[in-house]
Design a binder for this molecule. Sequence first.
Ligand code: CMC
Length: 437
Amino acid sequence: MTTEALNIVDQRTNVAYALPLNKGTIRATDLRQIKTGPEDFGVMSYDPAFLNTASCQSAITFIDGDKGILRYRGYPIEQLAEKCTFLEVAYLIIHGELPTESQLKTWVDDITHHTMLHEKTKEFLQGFNHDAHPMGMFISTVAALSTVYPEARNVHDPEVRKLQIRRLIGKVPTIAAYTYRHGLGYPYIYPDNELSYTENFMNMLWRMVEPKYRANPALSRALDILFILHADHEQNCSANVMRAVGSSQADPFVCTAAAAAALSGPLHGGANEEVLKMLDEIGTKDHVPAYIQQIKAGHGKLMGFGHRIYKNYDPRARIIKWAADQVFLTTGRNPKLDIALELERIALEDEYFIKRKLYPNVDFYSGIIYQALGFKPDIFTVLFAIPRTVGWLAQWQEMLQDPEQKIARPRQIYTGYPERNYVPIEKRTGQALAAGG
Ligand code: CMC
């Protein structure tokens, strides 16, 4: 039990309150006792965009944004990226501990045996326009899995959850690869169970007429590392959506689709695609200073820069920079890297970025590697969604097992009209509020 407390004096009533502090946090519901009288609802906290509100207790991912530290289940991201495979890290994130050899074998077998899509789901994908955005196809197809596995609604049954977690982790690369091939007009390739998770993904992306796809080991390892770096990132926008939608006890397929929808926005996972567009727009290294001036003048944002939590170099960006060099040894150097390095150099010396603690984030360099690997920018966010599915599922499961969690339902401060009487149509002025049309 905590003995720390926060003393508050309500100046309206001169009543003093001692609110218990636990891990530096007060409970927002403890504020409700602070009232001016029995009719008063009590004090609420107001925190648009959750700038200073913990919405849960979590044992999955730790970030120290000031020091640039990221750990999954206590293990530093640098060690995991160097020593593990993606599926090993996925096991760690979902189960809380690194697997033994036999646990890992079973886990890999389980995931591998859930990579196939129902033929009807494949047909569903065929219905999209040839130029449909891969992220829209990905979100819709993940949601459509909910119709194939209706038992997934039984979210309180641990065995049912276990199965859906394996299904989702197994199937997201298949869906992702099909969204890619759909745009190119190529036939969908069945998974190959002899290959690793990333090699199989590459097989489904790039196999043409050869009887057996053989991935370049340097490239499949680089992709594996990128997947490790993207696997979880505590209570970001999409994890928060996963938990919020899951709190209504919706099934994990629609929850994951909702989380992926949140990821698709340009301020979140969609930033990697925007970075490439930005580098294209800048064109050459000598245009960088003028571009930075434009950003400082308030015209747009430097995509791939800044983070709500990191006020230091994003540790993932550092590892991605290293992985990019490994990829370029095989693919040749992506010329966009020079523009990106120049952007980073100038931005990190500039007062505007220093003052606001804006550093490159995970999305700044990832697109450059993805492009060197042969991906077009519109699939970049899908590449982020594959590994992040693991994090979403771990967050979802933790939320369901937490006895303190209930359906997510924030409060509001109402700023609209007080009660007013109905106006007949012939007496209405036609004036609408400025916003919303
Ligand atoms: N370029 C220029 N100025 C920026 C940028 C940027 N990329 N990011 C923040 N700022 C400025 C912002 O204008 C504000 O300035 P002022 O104090 O003068 O108003 C100040 O820095 C604080 O920014 P904020 O918008 O209050 O910060 P936030 O925590 O709400 O936003 C962010 C975080 C990631 C949405 C934002 O930094 C951003 O839009 N970055 C570009 C998009 C991006 O790279 N997103 C990927 C994030 S990492 C991976 C992921 O989450 O998926």
